[in-house]
Write a protein that binds this ligand. Structure first.
Ligand code: LLP
Length: 427
């Protein structure tokens, strides 16, 4: 679905616009997002899961009003995890019934707003929250549809900070020790709640399907226990997000149809064995939809060879627009995109303009030895968790997100200005 091309002068274009034009018109750094690629990926998930399942795009990966409208048009639902994400979704006109609200510590105010708005589900993350949401819903004279998030105790093979289903971490209610069963017991007795299902999210940037299979097995096991104890068959399960994408050529991601097939098969099989009605399945991909659809366009500012080591290439952004390298030791690639070069490849480290040496965008990269100030370089696969985790460290202004397609480019999130920064500084 990618519309990235390179012409005979080595100039890269996407969606029919060259990077040199884009840099001129919108400045650098900038996140350049291929709208047709986004839509195609969203549609691929939707199609793979069909009408018996729901796809909730995880807004934390990247959310803006334009994104909400694309999702709406492509038939996806939306997972939000804060009042801010909820406000963005509602302001873009998303039907609240298609919104799921997540988080391990939603505030009373956030819960109230979500219940009032009529969100389709709130995912309950703790015993206190079960009581809290029930109380708020009852006070508003409503019965809120909820799922309970459980931790199934699988180790997802990913970075420790983004794995979420092992036991020693903050999310969900452990299946172990009968805690999840106790949570279900409580939720079923509270008037303010309509318990519609069980939720599990095992982590992020995962390539190996076996963790999902174990999770599905354990979630269905809980459904069976619930049926046996309460005579109730919960109608839904959500297996979370977490599908990995290719950041470098060594990553080999699964396709949505493979995932849909594997999950549907295991849920159906397990339910048949347990003589349960097959629940409606939902998933919550974020990175897999938006990650590959954008690249960050930077201008090279300085090139500093360190004899016998490597060459440091400084760009006009850094850890404020992509914290993932510093935070997770994430791997990225980079390419010269504004011209061709026949020069030998040199070992570089692409770094930002921030005041610390951990400000690394691409740890190890080969770039042509004639790289010079003014060249444009692009770091692919920055659509997810880059703009959404961007900061103002060193009072650097957060870059815009520019959507391209059919020869058009349009800013969907504008570049921050010094005025924006100073507006908050009221001292
Ligand atoms: N559902 C739930 C409940 C989640 O917590 C997450 C991600 C997702 C879905 C979407 O996961 P995805 O499909 O995007 O992997 N900042 C980290 C990733 C944190 C993920 C948090 N939860 C990173 O940059 O890698």
């Amino acid at each position: 679905a990618h519309t990235v091309r390179r012409d005979e002068d080595g100039v890269v274009s996407v969606g029919g616009r060259t990077v040199t034009e884009l840099a001129e018109e919108f400045g650098t750094p900038a996140y350049i997002l291929d709208e047709s690629d986004f839509r195609a990926r969203a549609r691929a998930w939707r199609t793979a899961f069909g009408t018996d399942a729901d796809v909730f795009y995880a807004g934390k990966a990247f959310l803006s009003r334009a994104v909400v409208r694309w999702l709406d048009e492509e038939g996806l639902n939306l997972d939000v995890c804060s009042g801010g994400e909820l406000a963005t979704a509602l302001s873009a006109g998303m039907d609240p019934a298609r919104i799921a609200f997540h988080g391990n510590n939603k505030s009373v105010e956030e819960i109230t707003r979500a219940v009032e708005a009529g969100v389709g589900r709130i995912v309950l993350d703790s015993f206190q929250e079960i009581a809290r949401v029930a109380h708020i819903a009852q006070g508003l004279g409503k019965r809120q549809r909820v799922q309970i998030r459980i931790t199934v105790g699988v180790e997802a093979h990913t970075h420790e900070f983004i794995a979420t289903a092992h036991e020693d971490q903050k999310f969900g209610i452990p299946l172990a020790g009968g805690q999840a069963a106790e949570a279900v017991r409580r939720a079923l007795t509270l008037d303010g709640l309509e318990l519609i299902g069980i939720h599990s999210h095992i982590g992020s940037q995962i390539f190996d399907m076996s963790g999902f299979e174990v999770a599905a097995h354990r979630v269905v096991g809980l459904l069976k226990d619930i049926r046996d104890e309460h005579g109730v068959e919960l109608p839904e399960i959500d297996l979370g997000g977490g599908l990995g994408i290719a950041y470098t050529s060594s990553d080999d991601p699964r396709e949505p149809h493979e995932i849909a097939k594997a999950l549907t098969e295991i849920v159906t099989r397990e339910c048949e064995a347990a003589r349960l009605r097959v629940p409606r399945v939902s998933v919550e991909p974020g990175r897999a939809i938006v990650g590959p659809t954008a690249f960050t366009l930077y201008e090279v500012g300085t090139v500093k060879p360190l004899d016998g080591l490597r060459t440091y290439v400084s760009v006009d952004g850094g850890m404020s627009d992509n914290i993932r390298t510093a935070l997770y030791d994430a791997e990225y690639s980079v390419a010269l995109v504004s011209r061709t070069s026949d020069a030998e490849p040199m070992l570089t480290r692409v770094v930002g303009k921030h005041c610390e040496s951990g400000d690394i965008v691409v740890k190890d990269a080969f770039l042509p030895a004639d790289l010079a100030p003014g060249d444009l370089i692009a770091v692919p696969a920055t659509g997810a968790y880059c703009r959404s985790m961007a900061s103002n460290y060193n009072h650097v202004l957060r870059p815009p997100v520019v959507a391209v397609g059919d020869g058009e480019a349009r800013v969907i999130v504008r570049r921050e200005t010094e005025e924006d920064l100073l507006r908050l500084d009221v001292g």
